[in-house]
Design a protein around this ligand. Structure first.
Ligand code: ZN
Length: 423
């Protein structure tokens, strides 16, 4: 490598002007400073970490792995979201979002304001790579540099953060959505700084609906209003993505109306489970099994947990309260999910009230007759189930709000009819 090539490499790694780097380099070399030492000194001058860390390698986004220490990338800024955190006792604003180039996209956290905006093309020099949820993420701090590129980096992604609700995932930052408020109410919660007023409810667009929380409790978030939110973030709440409005979110009236129907998004079970957690989805599948713990159950009066042999896992021996539920395994060929039916839906599939179920159990001197009756009625049949899907290490649960026979399976209907005829 000659001086020119060294300067080129340094300039691109640090994201600074090549001519300036070359001047410095030539100056140091003229004092007989070894070239490696000279380069380290220039890196330090530009905020790099000197030479102790591995020299950042210039990489395509698609090639960055969690094994990388420091990298230099030339990227398009897809989104920028601000967030207030408390760091060593002080309020600090960090910036988070996504970068991309032609090979892929990557999340980042910037600990200072480097001044870049969504849509900018930039070279980030000496970004730290850390692992987040198994994926690499860029950490941009004091020893990093950011330089604006004049040639735009072409990317196959939407720039700017505009999103449909159905595409939002927990961890997303700096997103913009256009929504209609289906439900909205002010609540007082016990927050980090004592009683805090927030606003929460449900928003919808043409693609779906999601719960939201506005930590600033803006009064203009009235039910029925149609608004554009800029700079929201998404986090998981009770297993489903939730839209969050912070102090940095701007809210403006929409100049158009949003056509929201009452249909939930219907998905194959495999696809729904892969999404991780979804609010108000619909699946259609067969009931494979009614699991233990269905039918008549008893709950702890203190915490609502289902009692096992009269015992609450948290409160021990308690006087249980009667309830009914169904845990049914549903399969549609693409995956399985456990549908959880509350008392009302359970009474509907049982075909009787809880009082009637208790009478039946007393008569048979066995609570299991209720679950058996439910099994008899639903196993092997196809249902349309609507509800909120959450996924954890133990599997996928669909908290049902609707559970209805489909009329799409003539064979099942025929079987049904036969069994009724035979009584
Ligand atoms: Zn309990």
């Amino acid at each position: 490598m000659d001086v020119d090539e060294h300067a080129e490499e340094l300039a691109s790694a640090l994201g600074v002007d090549k001519a300036e780097v070359k001047d410095d380099l030539q100056n140091l070399l003229s004092y007989s400073v070894p070239v490696d030492e000279a380069k380290q000194s220039i890196r330090r001058k530009h905020g790099g970490s000197g030479g102790n860390d591995a020299t950042p390698t210039t990489k395509d986004v698609g090639d960055v792995t969690t094994a990388d220490g420091n990298v230099t990338v030339t990227v398009r800024v897809l989104s920028v979201g601000r967030r207030s955190i408390r760091y060593q006792g002080e309020e600090q604003t960090i910036r988070e979002g996504e970068f991309a180039d032609g090979t892929g996209r990557i999340s980042y956290t910037a600990w200072e304001d480097f001044g870049f905006e969504p849509g900018d093309s930039i070279t980030v020099g000496n970004a730290g790579v850390r692992e987040w949820d198994g994926d690499p993420e860029l950490n941009i701090g004091q020893s990093s540099t950011v330089a604006i590129e004049t040639t735009p980096v072409e990317v196959p992604y939407d720039v700017g953060g505009d999103s449909d609700l159905v595409d939002l995932r927990a961890g997303d930052r700096g997103r913009n959505v256009e929504v209609k408020l289906l439900e909205s109410e002010e609540r007082v919660i016990d927050g980090r700084d004592g009683d805090t007023t927030i606003r929460s409810g449900v928003v919808a667009d043409e693609s779906g609906r999601l719960p939201f929380t506005d930590w600033e409790a803006r009064p203009e978030l009235r039910e029925g209003s149609e608004l554009r939110f800029e700079e929201v973030y998404v986090r998981e709440f009770r297993g489903v993505p939730q839209v969050n409005l912070s102090q940095y979110t701007t809210v403006t009236p929409l100049g158009r109306s949003i056509d929201v129907d009452d249909e939930a998004t219907r998905l194959p079970i495999g696809e729904a489970v892969a999404a991780g957690g979804l609010f108000d989805v619909e699946v259609v599948g067969n009931v494979l099994e009614v699991r233990d713990g269905s039918g008549l159950i008893e709950r702890c009066p203190d915490c609502g947990r289902v009692l096992q042999n009269g015992q609450c896992r948290a409160h021990g021996d308690v006087d249980g309260e009667d309830d009914m539920r169904v845990k049914a395994i549903i399969d549609d060929g693409t995956g399985t999910v456990t549908a959880m039916l509350d008392r009302e839906l359970t009474e509907a599939v049982y075909g009787g009230t809880m009082a009637e179920a208790m009478t039946a159990a007393r008569d048979a001197m066995d609570k299991a007759v209720v679950a058996d009756e439910i099994r008899e009625r639903i196993v092997g049949r196809e249902y349309r189930i609507r509800g909120n899907l959450s996924v954890d290490d133990y599997g996928a649960n669909l908290e049902a709000t609707e559970f209805e026979r489909t009329d799409e399976d003539p064979a099942a209907l025929a079987t049904d009819l036969l069994s009724e005829v035979r009584g």
